[in-house]
Design a protein around this ligand. Structure first.
Ligand SMILES: [Zn+2]
Length: 205
């Protein structure tokens, strides 16, 4: 395979990118000058050295000499509530809404309703470990499953509820899901702040 198609194949691995868009990206790069290309290569090269995964919530953050991101290291945030989201962009949307001051956990994807090819690794084991640790410490009271209101999101919430229910029972934790302020089919990351605030307020337990 030639260089053009090798690169196009890599772009096809990006979320939501089809073969035609992948080729358009390569043509776009071919049309740019060498300064842009060098900067792009350099930025990609420094991603792994500059960005770390938080040791607690698993979100990506700019390294700053601590294994924890700012939200997990913040002593003013409540340990009583833990929100579980599918991806970093969902966490960003909830943070932006300013309606939550507890802790987070990023799953790293959803559990697909239909068994389809998925390169995503869901951190369900890590979630159970973290929940158990926080529950044992006696600080955690509620787990809020904040998944998108689409079939994969709802399926993921159902599966997580099943996985977490033994710990929830043992430690008397509440498992909640977001209220229907979030309209059916909507992706959490695109929801506006008011919708997120209302979905959190109206969460069902
Ligand atoms: Zn964190």
């Amino acid at each position: 395979m030639d260089s053009f198609h090798k690169l196009a194949d890599l772009f096809r691995e990006f979320p939501g990118i089809g073969p035609r868009q992948a080729k358009r990206f390569v043509y776009f790069l071919l049309a740019r000058d060498s300064t842009f290309l060098s900067e792009l290569v350099r930025r990609i090269g420094t991603l792994q050295s500059d960005i770390a995964e938080c040791g607690s919530c698993r979100r990506f953050f700019q390294k700053r000499g601590s294994p924890l991101c700012a939200a997990c290291a913040d002593p003013n945030r409540s340990d009583a509530e833990l929100i579980v989201v599918a991806k970093d962009t969902d966490l960003d949307a909830i943070e932006k809404s300013g309606s939550f001051s507890g802790r987070y956990f990023v799953l790293g994807g959803t559990i697909p309703l239909l068994e389809k090819k998925s390169s995503q690794k869901i951190r369900s084991k890590e979630l159970i470990q973290l929940t158990e640790k926080k529950a044992k410490a006696g600080t955690l009271h509620e787990i809020i499953l904040a998944l998108s209101a689409n079939p994969d999101g709802e399926h993921t919430a159902d599966e997580l509820r099943k996985m977490l229910s033994p710990i929830a029972k043992q430690y008397s934790l509440t498992i909640a899901t977001l209220g229907r302020g979030l309209s059916t089919g909507s992706e959490l990351e695109y929801a506006d702040s008011e919708t997120i605030r209302s979905a959190l307020r109206n969460r069902s337990k």
